[in-house]
Design a protein around this ligand. Structure first.
Ligand code: ARG
Length: 472
């Protein structure tokens, strides 16, 4: 037997030591040690529950808790040695406990299995990470609201098919981004409800013969409630899939923002400047200032899509209950957490410093006949059916394209040539400010509507954050 395998707690029925490569192949400690604090916390709760039901004495439980806390202190001080012969975070910590407090350490695993233990650790971990991600998301959402408020009256071209469509305000555009993120916020908070359940007590798969009380461990760990079926409790990874799925959609949104920022910061658009701290240069072209941050965020979305597919395929057709396949849930989940946190942080830091080139945007909106629909609506108000109005304005635009002028640059006489219903007041509606101000209804782009949308969103965001915090 190798030195490592001699320490394993499950060698009783084996005649031969584990193959050295198999030992490395099956070990997860290199990555699941990320769960270390949750594993210790879960073990403390389990020991206390065992004492409450009389399986351990109060004194035994306290000795175990002390031992676990001393291990935690060593881990925090960087003085704990992880051993791959002990497979995973759970067995490493349990072996260290027994080393420190003697045979009593071996009692900790009474009425428990690594199957309910790992599911518990994962839920505790993901609950915390969800909270961190939601607070970083809130920071980004708040930054968007600030920009939206500041730029509520800044006019830009709105696009469909990436062709100039109608003028909108930059604030309105920021609020569209905000709305996407707000749905992500709601989804993450909603997913948290299904994370917040305690699998402890399910043991390996069938429950345990000890008179355990899953309510006690659930409440010691701050879980909302215990899982109610032991088979499902040890095998369920829906909460991981839901979380990654929510992150994938969140990153879809960030990739859409990224794409627009990349376009807008190009020399062809020059709508925004991202700030030097968030761009990099080229080693060959001295003039370059590249939008690497949005480009990378756009690219990172694809990693998380990969993780989502990995988890869905991991669970597809998996029979009940626990299977070792499930160890493969960790690396994709951990990378999803790291990726999303990084993207949110860099965006929340970058957005407040985005400088808007209002003149360029206004000029771009002025070109491209962006107020053509306003002229059609004007004719409708003067009594024409919309389809006829559409046709008349189409003729005027054709003339404008041929002569290289926008509608507002044509004389009244010229415009009246398209329809005698057109009068002097047409110039009020052909202006960009008139166009956006006229879209004065819930969800419209009028500056005053954008300001009230920001106010409403601030209140909603506050309520959302308040609700998720109070559910702790
Ligand atoms: N490292 C394992 C995992 O991540 C822990 C559970 C192992 N359980 C078992 N019966 N081998 O899933």
């Amino acid at each position: 037997m190798t030195e490592g395998s001699a320490k394993k707690p499950w060698t009783g029925r084996f005649n031969e030591p584990t193959d050295a490569f198999v030992e490395a192949f099956t070990a997860s400690v290199d990555f699941d040690k990320r769960l270390q604090h949750y594993d210790i916390w879960g073990s403390i709760a389990h020991a206390r529950m065992l004492a409450k039901i009389g399986v351990l004495t109060q004194e035994e439980a306290e000795t175990i808790v002390k031992g676990l806390k001393s291990i935690e202190a060593d881990i925090d001080a960087g003085q704990f040695e992880w051993d791959i012969a002990l497979e995973d975070v759970h067995m490493n910590i349990e072996a260290a406990l027994t080393e420190r407090i003697g045979v009593l350490g071996k009692k900790l695993h009474t009425g428990r299995s690594r199957n309910d233990q790992v599911a518990t650790d994962m839920r505790l971990y993901l609950r915390d990470e969800t909270d961190d991600i939601v607070s970083e998301l809130t920071r980004l959402q708040t930054a968007l609201l600030d920009v939206a408020e500041r730029e509520a009256g800044t006019i830009m071209p709105g696009f469909t098919h990436l062709q100039t469509a109608q003028p909108v305000t930059f604030g309105h555009h920021m609020m569209a981004w905000f709305e996407m993120l707000n749905r992500d916020h709601e989804r993450l908070c909603n997913g948290r409800v299904r994370i917040d359940r305690s699998p402890l007590g399910a043991a390996a798969l069938a429950g345990t013969t000890y008179p355990i009380d899953p309510e006690i461990t659930a409440s010691l760990l701050g879980f909302d409630e215990p899982c109610v079926n032991s088979l499902d409790a040890v095998s369920d990874r829906d909460f991981v899939i839901e979380f990654i799925s929510n992150c994938a959609l969140l990153l879809t949104h960030l990739s859409r923002f990224s794409e627009e920022l990349i376009l807008w910061s190009s020399a062809q658009f020059e709508f925004v400047d991202l700030g030097d701290a968030f761009c990099t240069g080229s080693s060959i072209m001295p003039q370059k200032k590249n939008p690497d941050v949005p480009e990378l965020v756009r690219g990172k979305a694809s990693r998380v899509y990969g993780h989502l597919i990995a988890l869905l395929s991991l669970m597809k057709a998996q029979p009940l209950a626990y299977n070792r396949d499930n160890q493969e849930d960790k690396e994709p989940l951990f990378d999803t957490v790291d990726t999303v946190k990084g993207c949110l942080k860099v965006y929340a830091d970058m957005v407040p410093g985005i400088r808007v080139n209002a003149e360029r945007m206004r000029e771009a909106a002025r070109r491209g006949f962006s107020t053509a629909t306003d002229l059609a609506d004007y004719l409708v108000r003067k009594g024409l059916p919309f389809r006829d109005a559409h046709e008349i304005v189409g003729n005027a635009v054709r003339q404008g394209v041929q002569s290289g002028r926008d509608l507002a640059e044509m004389s009244l006489d010229e415009l009246r040539g398209f329809s005698p219903k057109i009068e002097e007041d047409v110039f009020d509606i052909l202006t960009l400010d008139g166009s956006v101000a006229a879209r004065d209804h819930l969800g419209g782009t009028a500056p005053k509507r954008v300001r009230s949308a920001v106010q409403r969103a601030r209140a909603e965001l506050h309520a959302l954050t308040h609700t998720s915090a109070s559910s702790d």
